[in-house]
Design a protein. Sequence first.
Length: 230
Amino acid sequence: MQREYEQHGFFRFTGDITSRDLWCLKPGETVACTVCRVLEVARREMHTQAGRSREVLHGIVADTTAKVPFLSAVEREAPVKDSVVLVTNAVVKRRNGLPTIYFTEETSLQFLTAETEFPPAGELLKPRRRTVGDTIRCGGAFDIVVEGSIISHLAAAPEPRVVLDDGTGAVYLVLPEKMRDRSVYFGMPVRVRGNVVLRRDAYILLATSVRAESEASLLPELNSFLCRHT
C-alpha cells in the first residue's frame, strides 16, 4: 500500500566535474558520473542462485543529498572508508527492496585527493528528511527521516503495521520490534527514521526509530491531519 498526492535526480558541480546527485537514483538508471564519500565498506561471501559462493564488496556511499548502498561482485581495489571517490559508469539495481549502486566491469573508481572539498563523514551520516511522495516517486530511500501522522492500524498484517500519512502520500510503517507493544493511536504525529523499501508492489517504511511528537506540537499536527482527512 502506498499513495502519493500529487524534482528527480539533479546534477551538481564539484570543481571541474559535473556530478550526478545520489538523491533519487532509480533502478535501471546508469550513473555516468557521481562524486561521493565512502561511509562504510566491507567484503563478504554471497551465495548465487546456482549455489556457488563468491566474495563481494559492499557498503554505503553518500553525498549532501542522500546515502545509498553499493555492491560490487567484480574484483577490484576496495575504496577506503571515509575517502572521496569519483564513480563513473555504474548502474542502479534494486537489492533488498532498495535502489543500490552496482559496480560493474565498466565502472571506474577514481580516489580524489584529500584537498577535494566535500562534506565530512560526520555530516553525511545524518539522515536526510524526505517526504513520502518523494520516496515513492524515487523508488525507495535509505536511512531517511519522515514526519507524519498515523491514520490506521493493521493488526491482521503478517507483521504489525500502521499507515503513515505526511500530506504528500501514505505508506505502510513497520515499527521497530521494541515499540510494537506500545500505544500507537489514530492521528498520532510521529518522526520516523528508517528505510523505504519496495516489497512486491507496495512501499514500506521499515523504521529503525520512531519518536512521538511532543505534547506542545500535538494540537497543530492533529489539526493539520484532520484538515486532510475530514
